[in-house]
Design a protein around this ligand. Sequence first.
Ligand code: ATR
Length: 292
Amino acid sequence: MAEAKKFGLAGVMGWPVSHSRSPVLHNYWLRHYGLNGAYVLLPVDPALLPAAIAGLPALGFAGCNVTIPHKVNAMKLVDHVDPVARRIGAINTIVVEADGSLSGYNNDGFGYIQSLRDAHQEWRADAGPVLVMGAGGAARAVIVSLAEQGAKDIRICNRTASSAHALATEFTADFAQASDAAKGAVVTAVPWEKRHDAVAEVVLLVNTTSQGMGSNPALDLSLDQLPLQALVSDIVYIPQETPLLKDAKARGNPTAGGLGMLLHQARPAFNAWFGVMPEVTPALRQKVEATL
Ligand code: ATR
């Protein structure tokens, strides 16, 4: 046991997982902070997820990240689930506790909020209506984090209307009963056909869809009616400047790219596993950018 503790071990479970940038950033931090340890790729077939997670303590792991397609199922396989993760409905981090039990967290929303603050220190969640494009897992983390920061009027616009409605109903009911800053936040669904008009009133526009990623087409959204001071953010980080961000910049809107979310979500996990809250620095950013 003492031997295992001297060498900190963590990793990322996904399927596939070879594209993950998490090893680059966690191994950078391990070296930077002079810690003895390693962060490894853990390709885990979905059918073997229960065995893989149950094996973490025996293998001497401090914990791991979980990514696509395991984020929802992994939540059911840990002993304790953090309230934020419970609200989001998925975990992205597992911590092996001293007694060998497993705790699940979701730091994606934390990463998202920090990335906005990094880009724009004066940003406030309660400044006005927010429009979230997309209604998948990433949208859930973004919506929860915005509500917990005090956003009161969150609008969801999704190609498939039923998913937007389901999220709006679930979160409005959840936030109505909240005892934290999310209390009273109202989440509504905006029809996909109305998306070009829906940008007219918002102070924050966020893309959580896969549009604009890699070789996918750009998000089909006109910014013509968007107020010029509205912040435009994209959680896509390949490319770093998505067509949406390019459009926004060209018309003078402030923007925030997706890389910041990836970098910042990793910080609380690293802290939980290795005991140091790491910093996102220009050097780290460069290191990860070089792999994109
Ligand atoms: P994640 O967990 O990363 O959010 P996801 O759950 O697959 O991924 O969600 C992807 C999001 O991108 C969804 O909101 C999806 O819309 P649908 O619910 O209609 O599928 C959105 N999306 C994917 N392809 C899209 C497209 N061509 N146009 C608009 N939205 C798209």
